[in-house]
Design a protein around this ligand. Structure first.
Ligand code: FAD
Ligand code: 2HG
Ligand code: ZN
Length: 480
């Protein structure tokens, strides 16, 4: 569908894959690392999670080591072959699949946890390690991940680093720019950039690893990551509140921050329409009655009695002063998981409803929900639903609009309207999902032309032939 939806995209003048190229890859990799069967092997790699963009790659390469990645990139650079790095392919902005026939470089076989040190909290991991697997290994070492997201069963730590993924713990542990201590990246010319430091502090000039965090496969391929992981909390409590107005949502956030302090680890918002979607599409049950808004609060700490007492007293206060209308606390981990499903599975529920127009924006906290109201007024009865949810504590709104099928009339009513609105609020057109293909024409709505100019200069420096994930992040063509 990419060609139909983005008719103005033109294939760059890259080499077409030949038998000679294929023979080279087969000479340096084992048969199971070179996939060419378009119907049986390649289709899943060519389509994104949302089924909204599809490439037509004829080759997937699955290296096992940093050196193999190096040899692949060195050859591709010399032969002018375009590459699309791919992790778990859960990206939501069309960045993880090829636009045309770029060779897919899948990190899936590089999934080893190399070392975990409980004392320093540092885990060294290959980029293709699935987040959930890493979390399981960390738990055995009394550690936990500084990030968590609904896609944890498929997304990879390398993909998380490449997108600077946020998620539901960012409120507590900050983003990956702070948690990644080091990484190894392979540059477009095949050179291996070893920044795999495990030092928490290192002020020796420019911190080059930061460039790769959030670079979405355009500056290099991340092959190893050294991650700083916090101690595993021994007490996790979850509360779920029903709220009758957005003013009271803000007051709930304020009081939760004030009274829970250092143990607050998540503060997530669900609106009525998102709740209606997740309960009806996935047959889940809400623990409280019908309200315009719901807030999920999580605490993570080391003393269950102390944490439960704090959350209980918050619930009492909020109910007594009328800030919330109803509320419940999870009595055990099963109940906590069920409450989290109402929040984490909204993306899945929306996807099962039809085509999804997805917007992941940063906005000032007081204006958090305004965009949903404004958009509803603009769209009237055109869509099936227009809903808002997300990481309230971080000012990150997920605005989602659904329709039976892809509809350009509806799309043109949403874009660029939505981005103009975010720009006027001095927010960001992408809070955590990245720019990828879908937002490349809008990056300058919230990033200054000077910043984008220097990003382009950096891209040119690191990847002069533009072989790494072309057509992504930057508007226009980099090949001109
Ligand atoms: P992919 O989707 O495969 O790739 C994403 C981008 O990174 C692409 O541009 C790709 O080229 C590049 N890339 C991947 N691996 C590498 C590598 N090793 N080196 C260089 N470049 C690479 N995102 C959030 O931020 N917060 C959330 O809460 C969240 N929740 C989600 C929930 C669901 C149900 C789904 C489907 C997605 C969610 N996402 C969320 C989006 C997505 O999961 C994240 O962007 C994730 O970090 C992508 O990881 P991945 O391994 O799937 O990468
Ligand atoms: C989430 O927080 C993800 O659930 C997905 O970032 C958001 O579907 C979305 O809009
Ligand atoms: Zn999110």
């Amino acid at each position: 569908f990419t060609a139909v939806r983005y008719p103005y995209l033109k294939r760059g003048s890259y080499s077409f894959l030949s038998d000679r190229h294929l023979r080279f890859f087969q000479s340096i990799l084992s048969p199971h690392q070179v996939l060419t069967d378009e119907f049986n092997d390649l289709s899943g790699y060519n389509v994104d999670w949302m089924c909204s963009v599809r490439g037509s790659s004829r080759l997937v390469l699955r290296p096992k080591t940093t050196e193999e990645v190096g040899a692949i990139l060195q050859y591709c650079n010399a032969q002018n072959i375009a590459i699309c790095p791919q992790g778990g392919n859960t990206g939501l902005v069309g960045g993880s699949v090829p636009v045309f026939d770029e060779v897919i470089l899948s990190l899936g076989l590089m999934d080893a946890v190399i070392s975990v040190d409980e004392l320093s909290g540092i885990a060294i991991v290959q980029a293709g390690c699935v987040l959930e697997k890493l979390e399981t290994v960390l738990h055995l070492n009394n550690l936990t991940l500084p990030l968590d997201l609904g896609a944890k069963g498929s997304c990879q730590i390398g993909g998380n680093v490449a997108t600077n993924a946020g998620g539901i713990r960012l409120l507590r542990y900050g983003n990956l720019h702070g948690s990644v201590m080091g990484l190894t990246a392979v540059l477009a010319n095949g050179q291996i950039m070893d920044c795999l430091s495990t030092n928490k502090k290192d002020n020796t000039g420019y911190d080059l690893k930061q460039l790769f965090i959030g670079s979405e496969g355009t500056l290099g391929v991340v092959t190893q990551v050294a991650l700083h992981c916090p101690s595993k909390p021994t007490s996790v409590q979850v509360g779920f509140f029903g709220i009758n107005s957005f003013d009271n949502v803000l007051e709930t956030l304020r009081l939760s921050k004030q009274s829970l302090g250092e143990i607050l680890s998540s503060c997530e918002l669900i609106d009525q329409s998102s709740m209606e979607c997740v309960t009806s599409q996935l047959k889940l049950k809400s623990p409280v009655n019908d309200f315009p808004f719901y807030i999920l609060i999580e605490t993570s700490g080391s003393n269950a009695d102390h944490d439960a007492e704090k959350l209980n007293s918050l619930l009492e206060t909020l109910l007594k002063n009328g800030t919330i209308m109803d509320g419940t606390l999870a009595a055990d981990s099963t109940q906590a998981t069920n409450l989290w499903a109402l929040r984490e599975r909204i993306a899945e529920a929306l996807a099962s409803e039809g085509y999804v127009y997805k917007y992941d924006v940063s906005v000032p906290i007081r204006q958090f929900y305004q965009l949903v109201d404004v958009m509803r007024a603009e769209l009237g009865s055109l869509p099936i639903r227009c809903c808002g949810y997300g990481h309230l504590g971080d000012g990150n709104l997920h605005l989602n609009i659904t329709s039976q099928e892809y509809n350009t009339v509806l799309l043109n009513k949403i874009e660029p309207f939505v981005y103009n609105w975010v720009s006027r609020q001095r927010g960001s057109v992408s809070a955590e999902h990245g720019v990828g293909l879908k937002k490349r024409d809008y990056i300058e709505y919230t990033k200054s032309p000077t910043s984008v100019y220097w990003m382009r200069r950096m891209k040119k420096l690191f990847d002069p032939n533009n072989i790494l994930n072309p057509y992504k992040i930057f508007p226009g063509s980099l090949n001109d």
